[in-house]
Design a protein. Structure first.
Lengths: 314, 304
């Protein structure tokens, strides 16, 4: 297992390197002088010269990269161009909001997907099965930001039950906080639920065909026990994998959903950083999101390798 | 999807490389299979209908999409304005019609670029292997490490928003998928006997690649193209929604929704119709892709 983990890490290394180069290059690929980009349009020539020296922008590119990488590895990703706060701090403040959203969405997805997927597998061709197919197709086609708008139209404007945006502090207003969480979490969760239900359905259909299920039934085991003890347990393995992979998708979905609902998370910060032309913030943001994405994929691979030994020996 | 038991390999390869009916080509059979596929046909009809609307839009739009009717701001849907008006009194229906051209052009052009680039790289990487294969695949791994929307956002942050840069961004996001798919197919086909035979009679590499391998890869490519256009339309809409796409006053569906979001209490229709349009187009393409996948699956073909 350890060898497999090391192998996967080694495979990740080139991609990690390229990602770090790509993120570093963001500011250098923008047309124009990086010093001007940092300083803004009203900088004087002296300010530009000072900045160039300060950020080492007159050094060769590879040297700048190494410096940047060294700083990044010690956790120093610079300061925001706009308000000069350490970029790490700004991002760290937003992480809990995104994490909360992701967890809530996953929870919603699981409670919708499990009954739907299991029933669809147990009754193929039935109404439930048809619904799950339709649900999956719709979840692909309906844009997240449109679903968000529809939810706002219905729950905020029509019923006046839920706030259309914002995130009240949990300590001050716990009920309001939870109310504000519902629609963003629903938007992300519904899309995830549809995919999850499909995977669960096909994983279960696959397992239901297996010989050990036939044996269990032949032994006289009650259908309920067969489903829970044999089918579900084995079907869960690919589903957990999918859940892990989709968590990465949750991160990208969060970029849009947080923007629609003004949910102060890392995703929204990314979009704001672009609007502010705060490239230091954007670089750090992108780096963290991509790192999180890669780590989640790695962990998912390892979990799958743990459960299914055949994968480890490929 | 279906998990049918596979047919005998010899019958399967026969269906791929020779017509199984007298004078009936594989394309003909696939087309017939598609015509019989219910949801695939729905997808085809919806997509073609929307494409037709997009092409004829300037002729059939009741109003100029940029024309403002100041006294008629925020009108609800009526006989005069089929889908209501926006904050400038512009007819939303006309804007949606013209906006379909943006969705189609970005979707089709970006995927065309992605297909050409991705397939060329995939063919070379798969057939020649070696350092080219390693380098390009590692590069694409890095691209795939980015969530699609984030990669597009980064590219647009660098290049600036605009219709051409959006096409470029969406294309770049999709190149790795095409390269990988083509490469995997090439690796599989490379070992087949007919390729060995072609090599034995002295055919050049490019002849083998383009005359023999590529046609056999084309069916999976076609499915991937359809699905990719669907996701390209979604990505363009999302980028426009975030303000990174085609700049106003162009009636991109995504940016219409973004503006409409701010006026929901005044004009709920503003938040409904553009989204409906996106969903309809993407659904049509998705169903078409599904139908093509089933129609082109050799295991489902009726063999003689």
């Amino acid at each position: 297992m350890g060898k497999y983990a090391l192998r996967r890490l080694a495979q990740m290394a080139p991609a990690l390197f390229l990602v770090s180069v790509a993120v570093f290059m963001i500011i250098h690929l923008i047309p124009g002088d990086p010093a001007k980009i940092i300083a803004g349009p009203n900088a004087t020539d002296e300010q530009l010269a000072a900045l160039t020296r300060q950020f080492g922008l007159d050094r060769p590119l590879w040297e700048q990269y190494v410096t940047w990488l060294g700083n990044a590895l010690t956790g120093n990703l610079g300061h925001s161009f706009i308000n000069n706060y350490p970029v790490n701090q700004m991002i760290a403040l937003r992480v809990p909001a995104t994490l909360e959203l992701a967890l809530a969405a996953t929870f919603i997805a699981v409670i919708i997907a499990f009954p739907l997927g299991i029933l669809a597998a147990l009754r193929p061709g039935s109404l439930v099965d048809l619904l799950s197919t339709l649900f999956a197709a719709l979840s692909f086609a309906v844009p997240g930001f449109w679903l968000a708008i529809l939810l706002i139209l219905f729950f905020s404007l029509r019923l006046q039950w839920l706030p259309p945006s914002g995130r009240p502090d949990f300590a001050d207003q716990p009920v309001e906080h939870v109310k504000a969480l519902i629609m963003p979490a629903l938007t992300l969760g519904i899309a995830l639920a549809a995919k999850l239900a499909r995977y669960l359905r096909s994983a279960m259909l696959d397992v239901l065909d297996r010989d050990y299920v036939r044996t269990a039934r032949a032994k006289g085991l009650q259908e309920r026990a067969v489903i829970v003890r044999h089918v579900l347990r084995n079907a869960l393995i690919p589903v957990i994998t999918v859940l892990g992979l989709q968590t990465g998708d949750l991160l990208s979905g969060a970029i849009i959903v947080e923007s629609v609902f003004a949910w102060p998370g890392v995703g929204r910060l990314t979009v704001q950083a672009i609007g502010w032309r705060d490239y230091a913030l954007l670089q750090a943001d992108v780096l963290y999101i991509v790192l999180a994405f890669m780590v989640i994929n790695l962990l998912t691979d390892l979990t799958y390798g743990f459960f299914d030994p055949r994968i480890r020996y490929q | 999807m279906s998990t049918e038991p596979s047919t005998e390999p010899s019958a399967e390869s026969r269906s791929l490389h020779q017509p199984s009916h007298e004078g009936e080509s594989l394309t003909r059979l696939a087309l017939q299979a598609l015509l019989r596929h219910r949801s695939g046909m729905i997808g085809l009809i919806v997509t073609l209908a929307l494409l037709l609307l997009a092409i004829l839009a300037p002729a059939i739009a009741p109003y100029d999409p940029l024309e403002m009717h100041a006294p008629d701001r925020f009108q609800p849907p009526s006989r005069t304005y089929l889908m209501g008006t926006d904050e400038f009194g512009r007819d939303i229906f006309s804007r949606i019609l013209i906006g379909s051209r943006i969705s189609f052009s970005v979707g089709l052009v970006s995927i065309a670029i992605a297909t050409i680039l991705g397939v060329l790289v995939g063919l070379a990487a798969g057939y020649f292997g070696g350092w080219f294969d390693t380098v390009t695949m590692r590069f694409f791994d890095a691209l795939l490490a980015f969530p699609a929307i984030l990669l597009a956002i980064v590219i647009l942050a660098i290049l600036g928003p605009g219709s051409f840069t959006v096409i470029l961004a969406v294309a770049i996001v999709n190149v790795p998928a095409f390269a990988r798919l083509t490469r995997a197919n090439v690796l599989a086909e490379k070992e087949r006997e007919y390729i060995e035979a072609t090599r034995a009679v002295g055919a050049s590499a490019s002849r083998i690649i383009f005359r023999h391998i590529l046609p056999n890869v084309s069916s999976t490519l076609l499915v991937q193209i359809t699905v990719s256009v669907a996701s390209a339309v979604l990505l363009e809409a999302a980028l426009s929604f975030l303000g990174l796409g085609t700049p106003p006053p162009a009636p991109s569906w995504g940016s219409m929704l973004s503006v409409g979001r701010g006026y929901l209490p005044l004009a709920p229709w503003y938040g409904i119709y553009p989204g409906l349009a996106i969903t309809l187009l993407v659904m049509g393409l998705y169903l078409l892709g599904d139908g093509l996948r089933d129609a082109l699956d050799p295991r489902r073909q009726k063999l003689v």
